[in-house]
Design a protein around this ligand. Structure first.
Ligand SMILES: Cc1cc2nc3c(=O)[nH]c(=O)nc-3n(C[C@H](O)[C@H](O)[C@H](O)COP(=O)(O)OP(=O)(O)OC[C@H]3O[C@@H](n4cnc5c(N)ncnc54)[C@H](O)[C@@H]3O)c2cc1C
Length: 418
């Protein structure tokens, strides 16, 4: 069996693993990234590609449990928990439910705002300085409503963003339609977030891989990490489907797959796969200029020069690999309620991905307390693309032993005893 040795070995070539690689290379480290599939073939592939400081608010908030229970009875609801007896899922849901209070809400809102805002700035800079060809546009995002009551009840969102300094602008029906002629006349109003942006996520990941390779990293595809050998409190080697890899430092960036491999190290990462779907089309003639969130139906709409995507839904169904037709159709039906031309002329891809969801809605970034040379970079939930570069920077700073740009305490693996 072949053997190789590197300075930092990153497990997972999704948007997070590659972001870690980029910043480690900037600090002069020798880096190898390995992935069991192709670069960016996990959740980083078909997501909606929005960069959203506007999503700082956590999912867990007062009233959320009741709302989720009501949705349980609708099979095509945007949020669904497939009923099953899984103690890990039940524990996760219980902890999530306990977080549905304003005190935790405000703490998480602050911690997410910090990393999202910083990452949004870093991504804009990297796209410009490295010439990343990924459809980046600093257009903002627009939430739109078709029911007055939902819009009236959304005041908490404006307050929560203003509390953390993220710009947000309420819009009348006329303003929304002037911004987006693709919307139906039935839209009652909206909320614009000027600080948000968009990109095409598969291209962004491919471009990250390009600059990471150009900076000297080795990226090995079709190479699954399978197990570890350890010596004392250190990881000595990673056993993969293509041989033994030794490294001074190991970064675990396996997205929703992180818990499975971490169990080999006696670490229980409290993470559930939150399944989401997208449909990618050729661009319709009347496509939105700004990424849209169709609020009552929770559908995200993103258009690029050469494509158009409907995405969303959050399904807790374990590692279920089926492409659920009901959920894909719910995206289409949701879009038709808001848009004059809800679908493009031709479907290019129907896709699902697993978001790595922690119950406190914060990523897990930093050194393990159990293994001296293991760093965790996972748990980015609904916002891994948005948080990508700030996460990579934080990991590289931590591994270099320098002060972190962001206050890293809220993201620490220690909160889960990892
Ligand atoms: C429908 C949908 C829409 C979304 N929209 C947005 C959005 O608009 N904006 C945003 O910021 N985020 C969005 N997200 C979330 C975002 O996609 C994720 O948070 C992000 O992609 C997570 O990146 P990651 O690198 O941690 O995981 P992944 O991209 O899943 O990467 C993990 C990698 O690990 C590899 N791997 C797994 N096991 C092994 C192993 N044993 N050995 C080696 N390699 C292995 C996998 O092959 C994979 O490539 C969305 C997600 C979904 C599902």
């Amino acid at each position: 069996m072949s053997e190789s040795k590197t300075d930092v070995l990153i497990l997972g070539a999704g948007v997070i693993g590659l972001s870690c690689a980029w910043y480690l290379l900037q600090r002069g480290r020798r880096v190898t990234v390995l992935d069991r599939g192709r670069v960016g073939g996990g959740a980083s592939h078909g997501n909606c590609g929005t960069l959203t400081p506007s999503h700082a608010a956590p999912l867990a908030m007062p009233g959320m449990v009741g709302q989720a229970l009501r949705m349980m009875w609708r099979k095509d609801a945007p949020f669904h928990v497939a009923p099953r007896l899984d103690p890990e899922l039940l524990g996760w849901l219980l902890r999530f439910a306990r977080r549905c209070n304003w005190r935790d809400f405000e703490a998480v809102n602050r911690a997410k705002a910090q990393i999202l805002t910083h990452s949004r700035a870093l991504i804009g800079d990297l796209v410009a300085t490295q010439g990343l060809n990924c459809g980046f546009a600093a257009n903002g995002t627009l939430y739109v409503f078709r029911e007055q009551q939902s819009l009236d009840e959304f005041g908490w969102h404006l307050d929560s963003l203003r509390a953390v300094g993220i710009p947000v602008e309420p819009c009348s029906a006329a303003q929304v339609r002037a911004l987006e002629p693709c919307l139906r006349d039935t839209i009652v109003g909206g909320v614009f977030h000027p600080g948000d942006a968009q990109l095409r996520p598969d291209r962004y990941v491919a471009e990250l891989a390009r600059v990471v390779r150009a900076a000297g990293a080795d990226i090995i595809e079709d190479c699954a990490a399978e197990d570890f050998t350890t010596a004392g409190a250190r990881i000595d080697a990673v056993r993969t489907s293509r041989g033994i890899h030794r490294a001074d430092e190991v970064v675990l960036a396996l997205g929703a797959w992180s818990p499975t491999l971490a169990r080999r190290l006696d670490l229980r990462i409290p993470l559930q796969p939150g399944k989401g779907y997208s449909i990618t089309y050729e661009r319709p003639a009347l496509a939105p200029r700004i990424p849209l969130v169709l609020k009552e139906d929770s559908v995200c709409v993103t258009a690029w020069a050469d494509g158009y995507r409907l995405g969303s839904t959050m399904e807790f169904a374990g590692y279920d690999t089926s492409l659920n037709r009901l959920r894909l159709d719910a995206l289409r039906r949701g879009a038709a309620r808001y848009l004059r031309e809800p679908e493009g002329p031709r479907v290019l891809e129907e896709w699902y991905g697993w978001r790595p969801m922690t119950w406190d809605d914060l990523p897990i970034l930093g050194r393990s307390g159990r293994w001296d040379n293991l760093t965790l970079a996972t748990g980015h939930g609904m916002l891994g693309v948005s948080m990508s570069l700030a996460s990579g920077q934080l990991v590289a700073e931590t591994l270099s032993g320098v002060a972190t740009t962001l206050d890293a305490a809220s993201y620490s693996p220690q909160r889960f005893h990892l």
